[in-house]
Design a protein around this ligand. Sequence first.
Ligand code: WTA
Length: 661
Amino acid sequence: MSAIESVLQERRVFPPSEKTSASATISGMDAYKALSAEAERDYEGFWGRLARETLAWKKPFTKVLDESNAPFYKWFEDGELNASYNCIDRHVEAGHGAKNAIVFEADDGAVTNVTYQDLLTRVCRFANALRKRGVKKGDRVVIYLPMSVEGVVAMQACARIGATHSVVFGGFSSKSLNERLVDVGAVALITADEQMRGGKALPLKSIADEALAAGGCEAVKDVIVYRRTGGKVAWTEGRDAWMHEIVENESDTCEPEWVSAEHPLFILYTSGSTGKPKGVQHSTGGLLLWAAQTMKWTFDAKPAEDVFWCTADIGWITGHSYITYGPTAIGATQVMFEGVPTYPNAGRFWDMIAKHKVTIFYTAPTAIRSLIKASEADAKVHPKSYDLSSLRILGTVGEPINPEAWVWYYENVGGARCPVIDTWWQTETGGHMITPLPGATPLVPGSCTLPLPGIMATVVDETGQEVPNGQGGILVVKRPWPSMLRNVWGDPDRYKKSYFPEELGGRLYLAGDGAVRDKETGYFTIMGRIDDVLNVSGHRLGTMEIESALVANPLVAEAAVVGRPDDTTGEAVVAFVVLKRSRPEGDESTKIANELRAWVAKEIGPIAKPKDIRFGENLPKTRSGKIMRRLLRSLAKGEEITQDVSTLENPAILDQLGEAR
Ligand code: WTA
């Protein structure tokens, strides 16, 4: 029997890594249980201890948690600190200035080493330049940059002067960028001329110009441009400035702005179940504490030895917590890359791990699945063709990992030496929540295992009652934790309704995922979203957002979007569309489907493009006019319709919509 078969048949348990266990920060299940018990016994004492041990405070906090205005919780509120000081200065002061903070590999393979001293100088200069332009504590700055050292510098520089950054992923359209600039009330925008992906230069500045011209963001006084490619860009005198020019005469030092632990470090937009993305607001102290603590616990990262590599983009939460803040907060060396995993070939990840002697590697299941396919087609890009012996821990994030991909990753990338750490968490949680610990937790492929110490996760029914192990339900967190979101920017009501719904009693944090716990071990398995959020290649997309984009097209009368399981991307977007004119057929339907795909790319971004668009004269509706989404999901999967369709007003429509295009 192959390893994969035995895993699938027996739910095989893999031991925590032998290589790692003995010296791990949390070594053995007893150590894990002791920490969890400490948190149960004295919740505030536990978090207070971690916050004092892990972070450098300018002014110590006197109170750990304030629940008086729940669910608007406050952590360490009267304590003062600065995120950039914690991530950079304190390591330089401790004598580690010459140590590499970032080993950056560009799209063309060129490598740049940035030491902690270099990072400090660059952050200070840029922070001074921002201050000179009037950016101050509490201002919001939008960052629309490619993967770059400049991206980290920009984020850290904002944090240094107390400005709140909002990073917008470089794949979003001008419309999405405009909406975020307006919603967050930005005073400045930091972008680049172009970005490089897989040997191609793609525009950024021109998209940013379009976003600014679309109106509503007149408060943006400064546009600062990182020159990445030297490509031609339009220039607005008095507003636009080159990043390299404005830092030229700035000082290498910059006094940090000391802020309350509750000061908003950043706002990051993510999709929810309405058409409008939510500005998830994170705090300085709580976010930084958990980003650093989970580097030590989940990744067992030892700054003196480890080389950490998280392949996420800084435009997502993973890039915030596990590139910009987590690794630097503990003074680790990390690898960062520009480009795509398949360029110059599908061996890029393995080549980079070998070249930079990466010890801890963190990536997404979609990347793993696509690299499995590529390595089956071409032995040269198979991980076994590379020396990956430096690795000791492998992680995954963003979506459920199927046991087949898990075992492939374990056997071929780790060579059965490295634990695979399947980390469940969200933009809203700020850091890892449910995850194995490399030195402690026996592993089961497809399960994110157990909550971290201090994280009170459980599974409940629709009324908020805990369900017994073995029974599926709704994933919730029972108590607030430091790195949780603090608010939905500008919409406290939505924060309460989305995350602490009255139906569950108003105090449970609703994650939006379904989960089940194993009868014997209590291990969690995540069963995917229970709301209208899709997860495509680990990217969160709201079905309503895509529907709104489609109906904004002049050809479209109605649209309904659902997800369909996909072998590579986890889920794929399927759109059912009714046009204002008659239902197109043959070549015309292909042409319009392509037009609509391009339209969605322009409205939201290429990541939201429907894989499959099907046209009907109508959508399946009940007599009261409600779209029957369950039917659409079955149609999207190509399943036989077994549901009762007697309430359906127009059953004939199912045949039209069932035809895959
Ligand atoms: C999903 C990414 C299963 C989940 C850090 C969650 C996962 C959403 C896992 C958050 C995992 C993330 N196993 N599902 N290990 N990790 N998810 O906000 O549905 O981009 O709610 O944060 O991704 O996505 P987000």
